[in-house]
Design a protein around this ligand. Structure first.
Ligand code: ME8
Length: 512
């Protein structure tokens, strides 16, 4: 009996206090690429994204627009759904924390924690930043012009109210043991070190309810309290799998394989979340990957600076697949990165239009012209072939290895290396000259280039689904032969190939 291979991947659920920007698109894009890769590798995948709709920050944003919070969240949540369509994300579900299924899951988790003696009623007094929806210790606060700030730069206010607490402090040692036993739980490594030293420095109990506003999930048995928005938000990952019904069809996907997050929300996912799950007796996620922060042309992206990058506008200007490619190619996943239109245009022109696009165009035009548009047959093997054919054959494994570490940039670099090699190889083999001297060799050369192009297009599908679909159409690869396994089965000699058309447009005059 073969065991079913499963993979559960999640994005953060985004606050609906404002419309989506490039940072949100980025995290979801990375998740989408891995989800598509895993599906292509034969896994059953569940890919979840959604919106985080409760809390004071969202309540205030609704108030500022003179709207009822539910009507407001309905509107902004839709913008995130639309973004998923624009960006061609293949999410299997889109969760909203205002949904009934989610409230039920939160209440169930709360009750379970309460039964286990993990929650008690006390009073909270301390600093709270609405922008971060986070509490801060007195030693973390700085003051400027009479206003107090959190280390993130968010203004804080002094909060004093009755509150339920989660016994987080008691989980310190068990968290440290958990990190030790699961060295891959936090990635990249530098983030792991950060979290471990933070936990070593001591954990206080966590205030997990608020009474000073209403927009949240009501605490069971004490409706004056709403749950702390982070407890509510983190629970989404199990709500979507049917929690508390552990017999639900999707529950088999738990625990998550990777929670993709930005570095700003690392602590919530690597301290609170595993502690809450362990306290509730539930399995912990396998991995949390915290990627870096995008700046715009060297500047912090912020609404007040007016430099928020709208992913929809970007896609309209440069096309969807080039944007998808650029975001994961430009910056090592995990590092901070700067968004610059100049680099986008450079990458597009050199790596997509010149390297990959030209290689396909040159090869496929020669097959049209010199082989009557029919897939050529290989002749005698030549020692020069191994370099290209071995690199093409090794590519799926090499991409898989990088993607299993969420090293998207490395996967793309490995792909790019084969595309560069193909160009060097076609220049060395000169199939256009062989037409006059050795037709059998010419056919072989073109066939090997087709083989390399097929491997390239296959492994690039998760990154650029639409363009690679066109490329595989041009290579005459049948729809059911576009998986990694199918690469082992060559297309029949003589398969008719359609006339090629350019896959990427060069951008000559960039309106920056
Ligand atoms: O934190 N660069 O939601 P949020 C890269 N609701 N990524 C960025 C970015 C930037 N400049 N700006 C935002 C929340 N992001 C909570 C999450 S999860 C249970 C609850 C991305 O709308 C990045 O993934 O503030 C970051 O972690 C996330 O958006 C924050 O989204």
């Amino acid at each position: 009996m073969t065991t079913e291979r499963r993979c559960y991947l999640t994005t953060p659920i985004y606050y609906v206090n404002d419309k989506p920007h490039i940072g949100h698109a980025y995290t979801s894009l990375a998740t989408d690429v891995l989800a598509r890769w895993k599906r292509m590798s034969g896994y059953q995948v569940h890919f979840l994204t959604g919106t985080d709709e409760h809390g004071q920050k969202v309540e205030k944003a609704a108030e500022a627009r003179g709207m009822d919070p539910q009507a407001f969240t309905d509107q902004v949540s839709q913008a995130f759904r639309d973004l998923a369509v624009t960006m061609n994300f293949s999410n299997d579900d889109f969760i909203r924390t205002t949904e009934e299924r989610h409230k039920e899951a939160c209440v169930a988790l709360w009750k379970r924690l309460e039964e286990k003696g993990e929650i008690y009623l006390g009073a909270y007094e301390g600093w709270y930043a609405v922008r971060d929806e986070a509490f801060y210790g007195p030693d973390e606060i700085t003051e400027k012009d009479g206003q107090k700030f959190a280390p993130t730069g968010a203004p804080v206010e002094w909060v004093r109210e009755p509150s339920y607490f989660f016994r987080l402090g008691a989980w310190q040692e068990r968290l440290l043991e958990f990190y030790d036993a699961n060295p891959d739980f936090i990635a990249p490594q530098t983030r792991r070190n950060e979290v471990v030293s933070f936990v070593k420095s001591g954990l206080s109990d966590l205030s997990i309810s608020r009474t000073s506003f209403k927009w949240g999930v009501k605490v069971p048995g004490d409706e004056a309290h709403v749950m702390y928005v982070w407890v509510d938000a983190l629970t989404n990952y199990i709500t979507a799998l049917g929690y508390p019904d552990e017999n639900a069809a999707l529950w088999k996907f738990w625990p998550a394989d990777v929670h993709f997050v930005g570095k700003d929300i690392l602590r919530f996912h690597t301290i609170y979340w595993p502690a809450l799950l362990m306290a509730a007796g539930l399995p912990t996620p396998k991995r949390v990957f915290a990627h870096g922060w995008w700046t715009n042309e060297g500047q912090k992206i912020s609404k007040s600076l007016g430099n928020v990058i709208d992913p929809v506008a970007l896609v309209e200007q440069y096309g969807l697949d080039p944007v998808r490619f650029f975001l994961l190619r430009e910056v090592p996943f995990g590092n901070d990165g700067d968004f610059s239109r100049k680099s986008l245009v450079q990458r597009l022109n050199s790596e997509l239009a010149n390297d990959l696009g030209n290689l396909a165009q040159r090869t496929l035009s020669l097959i049209q012209k010199n082989c009557e548009g029919l897939l050529p047959t290989t002749g005698e093997p030549d020692p020069a072939d191994a370099e290209l054919l071995d690199a093409a054959a090794a590519l799926p494994g090499r991409v898989d290895e990088a993607l299993n570490r969420q090293a998207f940039h490395e996967a793309l670099e490995r792909i790019q290396a084969v595309s560069r090699l193909g160009n060097a190889w076609i220049d060395a083999q000169k199939p256009w000259s062989l037409k006059k001297t050795d037709l059998v060799r010419m056919a072989s050369v073109l066939r090997h280039l087709h083989t390399a192009l097929r491997a390239l297009a296959t492994v690039l599908q998760p990154f650029m689904p639409d363009t690679m679909e066109r490329m595989l159409d041009q290579l005459a690869v049948p729809a059911d032969a576009r998986t990694l396994d199918a690469l082992a089965v060559p297309l029949p000699d003589g398969t008719p190939l359609p006339p090629p058309s350019p896959l990427f447009q060069k951008i000559l005059d960039d309106a920056v």
